[in-house]
Design a binder for this molecule. Sequence first.
Ligand code: ATP
Ligand code: MG
Length: 262
Amino acid sequence: MIEPIAYQKKLEGKSNAHLISFNDGKDYVVKYFQPGFEKTLPNEWVSYCLARYLGLPIPFARIIDIPQSYSSQIPELAAINSIPYQFALTYIPDCLDGHQVLDIPKIINSDELASIIVFDYWLYNSDRTRKNILLQKAQGNILRLWAIDHAEVFGTYNWQMDEIENLPVGLIKSATHQIIADFIQDEKEFFEQVDIIQKIPIFLIEEIVSMIPDEWGVTKEEKKAMVNALLMRRKKVLPDLIQKFINTIYRPLHDSKKPKTV
Ligand SMILES: Nc1ncnc2c1ncn2[C@@H]1O[C@H](COP(=O)(O)OP(=O)(O)OP(=O)(O)O)[C@@H](O)[C@H]1O
Ligand SMILES: [Mg+2]
C-alpha cells in the first residue's frame, strides 16, 4: 500500500478533498469518509471501476489507507475521525475547469466524450458541473478533457434506499453535457456506449459493488440496491433517455451548425 510523504493542500469543494504526495512519486487527490456524506466514497469507487472498464477519460484511482498516526500530525487532517480506507485519484497537474475555459477550441479526445454523457445517465450523476471536468493542455491550443468527481452518482452523496430505488428517469440539467455534446461528431457514438454498458457481465457489476470496503458502512441491502439500479437502468431507462438527450439536446445543437438550404 502506498504511503503519504508530504501534505500539499486542501482542495476546494464539499468533499474536503486533500492533495497529498505519496511514496510512489505521485500526487493524489484524497477523499476521506465524512459524516453526512456517507455515500461519497462508495459512489466514487463503483463509478471509478465501471468508468475504467468503459474507457472513460478519468484519472487513475485506488483505495488507500492513511494511518491515523500520519493524519494526526497534519493540522488539515487531524480533526477527521479517520475510518480505514480513503479514495485516492491521481492528480492531473496544470488543468483548468469548465468555468475557466470559456471558449474550448478543440478537444483531442473527442471520441471519448459520448461515454461520459451515457455514463452520467446510467448512474444518474446529478453533479456534472463545469467544475467536474478538467481541461489539460495537450498540443498547442488543443485540450484533453478529463471527467472527475463521481460523489453524486445515484442522485446524491448520502442516498437512502427509497432514493436509489426511485432514481429520476428524465433529462439531467447540465450545461457541461451541452458543452461536451458540441464536440461529439456522430450521434451513433451514444448508442455504441449503451450497447457496451448493456453487455457488461452481471458478475462484474456485482463484484465491483461487493468490493466496497465494509468500513464505509454500506449495508447488504444497499449494495443489492446499487446492483439493481445499475441493471434496471441500463435495460429499461438508458436507451429511451439517451434517445431523448439526442432529440432534445444533441440534434438542436448540431442542426444549428449545418448550412441552411433554401
Ligand atoms: N484528479 C484531479 N486532478 C486535478 N485536480 C483535481 C482532481 N480531482 C479533483 N481536483 C480538484 O479538486 C476539486 C474538488 O474535487 P471534487 O470535485 O472531486 O470534489 P468535491 O469536493 O466533491 O467537489 P464539489 O463540491 O464540486 O462536488 C475539483 O473541483 C478540482 O479542482
Ligand atoms: Mg466537484
